[in-house]
Design a protein around this ligand. Structure first.
Ligand code: BGC
Length: 467
């Protein structure tokens, strides 16, 4: 049984749904630039229009209400609010848009959870070095303060950066997300470092300037798979799984929740690989200095995005070039008993979420946890009667229940990714995660509830009526 104030939510992000990429004074973001380059995204699609939530917000609100959500997680587009990324120039039309969204939600009894940054850096800031430049932390802090000041009287749950681990790796190591850089084994660590500094500055600003009056909570969202040793009796596999967890969850959770610094296992793996390849003696993983904000303790709750699980074995290294993959020296594989849903990376493993929640409780001193994303992808032919996805939500929510009741994890909320089908980054519109289907071939971009949407609404209503 879930508590009275358990948050039942669904999530979206600005670039994936809003469209209006040039509307009313919005500045370009790195995703606008990236999608407009040929060959970056599936069929050269882009988020210029996406679900057109900038114009069709009322339709989204109807979906939120139809599901009976208690919470809705959205992100703000930095470049819609501050077109050049700085507070020198505020786009009032952007402020009006988000004010309307927030006010409409509250008028319907739905609490907003707001992410400040979900992958879409203003292009102007990218041109000045973006997340690789240390100065970005101060710019982010200014943006965060602007948002707390403008919306914080009504928004009580804040997330600074969505999945810094994914953002840094896909954008700067693999080059498959904006800004599309493939600078293996180096830049992702620098970007991650600046994201942590930026996050911590924003948390401290909230803490000292806004918390007393606004009484909200601030965290950052971390993506992680559940990672088990391939052979639980094999010490090499156990070591590989520990490294893999350190490089995914630990990279950001360790500094914030445990020690103010990166997991030792991560630094020693990176430094050993540098030595092996004769790279300079300075660690590729930056060090925090006394001038940096204090990182430890800068989260009021743990925000987790969970999608799938993996079994881990040693990577079998000895590559001749630097990469995060060689640093980590682990290989993550699927268990053949796990069904795959839509995208090839996503095995359906609801019990992995329970394991991960238990791990978080034990490793990070039993924090309050919000599962800020969890979902099931669909590709190929459209199935509005998405029976497998219905089963997926039922069994995942039952695993969350067990984590709370049997393992004593302090889970405060569960958010489905996503409210509706949307622009799935490099996969464009080819991958659907919605509780509502959006017909992108229809000029009206009509929203139709999936069977799984109805199922989720039923689950929510059942738990609400038990209060
Ligand atoms: C991201 C979402 C994305 C989802 C599904 C998460 O990593 O935060 O933006 O759409 O995964 O891939």
């Amino acid at each position: 049984m879930f508590s009275r104030d358990f948050a039942w939510g669904a999530s979206t992000s600005a670039y994936q749904i809003e469209g209006g990429w040039q509307a009313d004074g919005k500045g370009p973001s790195i995703w606008d630039t990236f999608c407009h380059e040929k060959g970056r995204v599936f069929e050269d699609q882009n988020g210029d229009v996406a679900c057109d939530s900038y114009n069709l917000w009322e339709k989204d609100l109807e979906c939120v209400q139809q599901l009976g959500l208690t919470h809705y997680r959205l992100s703000l587009s930095w470049a819609r609010l501050l077109p050049d990324g700085t507070t020198q120039h505020v786009n009032e039309r952007g402020v009006q848009y988000y004010n309307k969204v927030i006010n409409d939600l509250l008028a319907c009894g739905v609490s907003p959870m707001v992410t400040l940054y979900h992958f879409d850096l203003p292009q102007t800031l990218q041109d000045q070095g973006g997340w690789k430049s240390p100065g970005i932390a101060l710019l982010f802090d200014n943006y965060a303060k602007f948002c707390f000041q403008t919306f914080g009287d009504r928004v009580k749950l804040w997330l600074t950066i969505n999945e810094p681990n994914v953002c840094a790796k896909l954008g700067y190591e693999d080059g498959i997300h904006a800004p599309g850089l493939k600078e293996e084994g180096t830049s992702a660590y620098v970007v991650g470092h600046n994201m942590l500094r930026a996050h911590a500055m924003a948390w401290h600003s909230y803490n000292s300037l806004y918390r007393a009056k606004q009484k909200g909570a601030v965290s950052l969202t971390i993506y992680s798979d559940w990672l088990d040793p391939l052979d639980p009796g094999c010490s090499e596999d156990i070591g590989a799984a520990e490294r893999a967890l350190a490089f995914s969850l630990g990279w950001f959770a360790w500094p914030v929740f445990v020690s103010g610094d990166y997991p030792e296992i991560m630094r020693s793996a990176i430094d050993a690989e540098s030595k092996r390849l004769g790279y300079s003696s300075a660690s590729r993983l930056p060090c925090f200095s006394k001038d940096d904000p204090v990182i430890l303790g800068t989260a009021d709750f743990f925000a987790l995005n969970y999608y799938t699980s993996r079994k881990v074995k040693p990577g079998g290294g000895c590559k001749q070039t630097l990469s995060m993959r060689s640093d980590k020296d682990s290989e993550e594989v699927l268990d053949s008993s796990w069904p795959i849903c839509g995208v090839s990376w996503q095995a359906v493993v609801p019990h992995g979420l329970r394991n991960l929640l238990k791990y978080i409780k034990d490793t990070f001193s039993n924090p309050a946890v919000y599962i800020t994303e969890n979902g099931f992808s669909q590709v190929g032919p459209l199935h509005i009667e998405d029976v497998e996805r219905c089963e997926f939500y039922k069994s995942t929510i039952s695993e969350v229940d067990k984590a709370i009741q049997e393992d004593g994890v302090d889970v405060r909320g569960y958010f489905v990714w996503s409210l509706m089908d949307n622009f799935e980054w490099a996969d464009g519109f080819g991958v659907r995660f919605g509780l509502f289907h959006v017909d992108f071939s229809d000029v009206a971009l009509s929203r139709t509830i999936y069977q799984s949407g109805k199922e989720y609404a039923k689950i929510i209503s059942k738990h609400k009526s038990c209060k």
